[in-house]
Ligand binder design. Sequence first.
Ligand SMILES: [Zn+2]
Length: 234
Amino acid sequence: MAVPILMYHKVAPVDPRSTLKGHYVSPRLFEKQMSALASRGFTAIPLNSLLTGDIAPRSFVITFDDGYENFHRYALPILVRHGFQATVFLVANAIGGTNRWDSEAGDVEERLMTLEQIRDAGKQGTQFGSHTLDHADLPAIGEAEAWRQISESREVLGGLLGTDIEAFCYPYGRKNPAVREMVVRAGYRLACSTEKGANNRETDPFALRRINIRRDTSLPVFLYKLWRDARNDG
Ligand SMILES: [Zn+2]
């Protein structure tokens, strides 16, 4: 079965100074998107439910990259209201900090969830995956450092949250065969890329494709993309 995987970054009012305005979806639009799916009988399941193989029709997955505080503030209450569960990819060394990797490149600073907020989201059904220790550009930093970023982040997050971390997400969507192999060897069972499109039986579970939801994704386009990918059984 094809299960669409949505990719979000920030659910928050757009910061006019941001150089990545497309990464913001307003809380109002997010609520519209979730309501539209709920009223059509769709349910959001955690990413690692894909491992069970027994997935109800009209299931979809919502992922959030980086672990912003605005997830906890704006997105989570909307998800909970609809009985939806999301998967959030955390930057292990940046918990309670900011998106340094963007702000050092000239974008605005945004706060990331604290450990307390992460644990609170977990109690409300959110699942977590790793987005490395430092939002590393894995193919660019050498094998030893890439291995540390991939394997240590799994251990650190697993220790903090008291759970096995099964999902990984490549920062910037950057990977190569060696990086993919390290993700497998570190014990992850799934990994998200930033490649667009639907997943089917032949899709590599360590290169899952996602539907990028941006600020300018209108509701009809949003529903069309999701519907198309849910029907694509390839
Ligand atoms: Zn990221």
